[in-house]
Design a binder for this molecule. Structure first.
Ligand SMILES: Cc1cc2nc3c(=O)[nH]c(=O)nc-3n(C[C@H](O)[C@H](O)[C@H](O)COP(=O)(O)O)c2cc1C
Length: 161
């Protein structure tokens, strides 16, 4: 069974979470392609798709939105999972998904979006991001739970089997 994992990530933190999801699926015997959203031409070769995005100022990555616009009809015909990252908390499950995340999830038929904590490395931020960071409740630090991402990937594998 072929699975696509495609993640929108500016600074690599969300991509790494997607990598752990992909690892879990591979460990269960699935054939997994990790492809950047801009590089995905078609989703029809895949039986299932995992989409991920970092969220900046409440917004889903534009490359992921473009993918959903290009391949929306095919995505709706497939099994799709989606996750986002990420709140600056070790307990992100209680953080409501931003409206933009919910609307992209709705567009591809995902009922429940998974959340993982995020990572902010102040030195890696652009000047614009540094000025924006004051406007959102974001603290520098790594709140990602890579083991939780692996566990979620294992749940997807079990659901697909
Ligand atoms: C300028 C800025 C704005 C952010 N806005 C949000 C936000 O609205 N909601 C949120 O949960 N996290 C927000 N974050 C945190 C990032 O989503 C988080 O650090 C994420 O893990 C980054 O992923 P990446 O390394 O894949 O780019 C923001 C971070 C920065 C630097």
């Amino acid at each position: 069974m072929q699975v696509l994992v495609s993640v929108s990530s500016r600074h690599g933190g969300t991509r790494e979470l997607g990598g752990r999801v992909a690892d879990a699926l591979r460990d269960r015997g699935y054939d997994v392609d990790q492809v950047e959203p801009d590089e995905v031409e078609h989703v029809h070769p895949y039986d299932a798709v995992v989409l991920g995005t970092s969220v900046y100022v409440g917004r889903v990555g534009l490359d992921l939105k473009d993918l959903v616009e290009r391949q929306g009809a095919s995505l709706r015909d497939r099994k799709v999972w989606m996750f986002w990252s990420g709140p600056a908390t070790d307990d992100p499950e209680h953080v409501a998904a931003p409206e933009d995340v919910e609307s992209v999830a709705h567009a591809v038929g995902v009922a429940r979006v998974q959340v993982f904590g995020g990572r902010v490395e102040r030195e890696a931020l652009s000047i614009t991001e540094r000025s924006l960071v004051a406007l959102v409740p974001v603290e520098p630090g790594d709140h990602r739970d890579l083991a939780a991402a692996y566990a979620w990937g294992s749940q997807i594998a079990a659901a697909l089997s």
